[in-house]
Every structure is written in C-alpha cells, then in structure tokens.
Design a protein around this ligand. Structure first.
Ligand SMILES: Nc1nc2c(ncn2[C@@H]2O[C@H](COP(=O)(O)OP(=O)(O)OP(=O)(O)O)[C@@H](O)[C@H]2O)c(=O)[nH]1
Ligand code: SF4
Ligand code: SF4
Length: 308
C-alpha cells in the first residue's frame, strides 16, 4: 500500500527532524523549514511508533535530519528502534561526530549518511559554518566511508565563497569514494529578492551543462528527477548529483517526501510556511493507530508542489 497526494505523487519517504539544535552556525541554514521556537522533542518511543505506522502506509525510506541529529544523546537508540521498519535508513549530518559515531551508528542499523562539506579550505569552511572543524569532519568522512557507504557529500555552492572549488570537490569525491551533491542555494519565493539571496545565489545550470558534456554516463533519479553524472578525473570516476530546486517544476512534481518536525508535526513542504499538522498531541493523548493514520492522511492530502 502506498498513499498518493492530490497531485498523484506517491509518498514513499519521511524526513524526520530529530532536533532544532546544532553545534554549527551555517549562515544560510534552513533548519528543514522549522520556523518555531518549541523545545519539546519527540522521544525515541514516539519516533518508533510514527515510523511503524508509516511503514504500514508504504513508507520504507526514512532520513534523519536536524538541526544536527547527532547532538541527540539518544541517537543510537532512535536508530536501533526504527531500523526494523525501514529499508533505507539514512541521516544528513554536518559530520562533526562521525569519527566516533560511524561504527556504532552502522551497528545500530543506519544504512548510509549524507555529510555537509561546503569547502575544503579551512578559512572558507569556518566562514560558512561558523566553526573550525574541517579536519574533524574530514576524519569523520573517512570513518563513514568504512561503515556507512554510499556516503554523499553535500556542497551548497555560493557565489564568491566556494564557487571556485567545484572541481576540487569533484576530484576529492573521486579520491575518497563518495558521491558529491552540488546544491543550489534555495529559498522561499518571498526571499529570492533579498540582498542576501542575490549576493550568494550561484546558478548551477551552467555547471550542469558542463557536467553533461564531460560525463561518460548520466542517470536520472526518480526522486525530484535529479540527474547524476559520472565524471572522469585523475583519481577515477566521480559521481556527481545536482540538486537544483529553485523554480524547478520537475523537481517538485517528483517530490515523494513528507517531513516531520522535531516537535511532532507533519510538514508538507520544505519551503512552505503554515503547513504544519500536529500529531504529537494526539500521540501523547493516547490516540489509536487508526486515529494517527487519519492525521497522516490529512497531511498527505495537504501536500502541494511548491514550484508549479
Ligand atoms: N526544495 C527541496 N530541497 C530539498 C529536498 N530534499 C533535499 N533538498 C535539498 O537537498 C539538500 C540535501 O538533501 P539531503 O538531506 O542530503 O538528502 P537527499 O540528497 O535529498 O536524499 P538522498 O538522496 O535520499 O540521500 C537539502 O539540504 C536541501 O537543500 C526537497 O524535498 N525539497
Ligand atoms: S550544520 Fe546543518 S543544521 Fe547545522 S547550522 Fe549548518 S546547515 Fe544548519
Ligand atoms: S514540493 Fe518542492 S520545494 Fe516542497 S519539499 Fe517537495 S521538492 Fe521541495
């Protein structure tokens, strides 16, 4: 059984934000679109129940996000509890704790990780993230490759900051054996005219055209119809995926994700505001599985492509 929204999009995966907290201060952070101050977080048992119910509704892919998911002390317990219901359990992390956590996370049941790495230059890395932790993160990536492959690196490309490092990062990806995701800066419609967005937005379309010419093979993912390019380098073949969501109707038409905020609400779209459906209150008031499924379905009915 798989549920479809009103636009014929199947909902096959869940992105669960475990916390709003993070030990980094990236200046462009979207915090998974969580625009609230509530501190209350879902407990491991509550997350397990949510994921169990989701699995009955055909959702077998779960991504753990934040803030930074590894700042939660109970991260291993969460992974251990939900893996039995999930075919593909992944996490998006800043990598700061992967050196010590890669092995235990894999043992607990995590299948793979995506690690944010926006620069290979310490001073640029610090300007972007607000922390001096490039070496720690690089060591974490080495550990992740051993235990949590395929590892993906997320590089958000920003004008005047790291747009000159794309090729270095492609070579690094080939050398390290990871997949590189080049991410175009994204923002809700009302923010695209701000000075901030204009200053840093670096369009990836020309980069994508160049990759297309260089690629020895190209694949298209079902998710968002994202293209993946296989690029020859001095260090072997690099796999490069381009995430270009702005004004991209194809991207939204193929969006199969439902989001969950750290305080227990469904969120139908990363870029929308006022699209939250609370389920934590019902969960804590003793709702039955059937009642929770109805809340799930209500959230899915509200889903709409953002760019259309
Ligand atoms: N607009 C939009 N952007 C997304 C969406 N999913 C991912 N992104 C962007 O892509 C970045 C990287 O996403 P990740 O959390 O690493 O996950 P992913 O690459 O989409 O997922 P997998 O390929 O399954 O690992 C995010 O920070 C967003 O900027 C989405 O559904 N909508
Ligand atoms: S590491 Fe991720 S969650 Fe933390 S501040 Fe940076 S972008 Fe935001
Ligand atoms: S509808 Fe579009 S903008 Fe919203 S979450 Fe899906 S892909 Fe992202």
């Amino acid at each position: 059984m798989v549920l479809f929204d009103r636009f014929g999009r199947p909902v096959t995966n869940l992105r669960i934000s475990l916390t709003k907290d993070c030990n980094f201060r990236c200046f462009f952070c979207h915090r998974e679109g969580q625009h609230f101050n509530a501190r209350l977080e879902l407990t491991p048992a509550e997350i397990e129940r949510l994921v169990r119910i989701a699995s009955h509704l055909g959702i077998k892919k779960v991504k753990l996000t934040g803030g930074e998911p590894t700042v939660r002390d109970d991260i291993l317990e969460i992974v251990r509890r939900i893996k039995p219901y999930v075919a593909d359990l992944s996490m998006t992390t800043n990598g700061s704790r992967l050196k010590e956590l890669s092995k235990p996370l894999a043992e607990a049941g995590l299948d793979r990780v995506n690690v944010s790495l926006h620069s290979l230059r310490p001073e640029v890395y610090k300007r972007i993230t607000g922390v001096d932790m490039l070496d720690t993160v690089l060591e974490g990536i080495d550990e992740a490759v051993k235990y949590l492959s395929p590892v993906k690196l997320n590089m958000t490309v920003m004008k005047g900051l790291n747009d000159g490092e794309i090729w270095d990062m492609i070579e690094f990806a080939a050398k390290t054996g990871v997949i590189l995701q080049l991410i175009e800066l994204e923002a809700p419609k009302e923010m695209t005219q701000t000075n901030f967005f204009r200053k840093y937005f670096f369009p990836l379309k020309p980069v994508e055209q160049k990759l297309e010419e260089m690629a020895i093979e190209t694949k298209e993912r079902q998710m968002h119809r994202r293209k993946k390019y296989f690029i020859p380098t001095d260090h072997g073949i690099a796999e490069v995926e381009v995430v270009r969501s702005m004004h991209n109707t194809m991207f939204c038409a193929n969006c199969t994700r439902l989001r969950v905020t750290s305080n227990g609400k469904f969120k139908t779209c990363l870029l929308r505001k006022n699209d939250l459906i609370d389920f934590a209150t019902a969960l804590r008031n003793g709702a039955s599985d059937e009642e929770l499924i109805e809340i799930f379905k209500k959230a899915i009915r509200l889903r709409e492509p953002y760019w259309k």
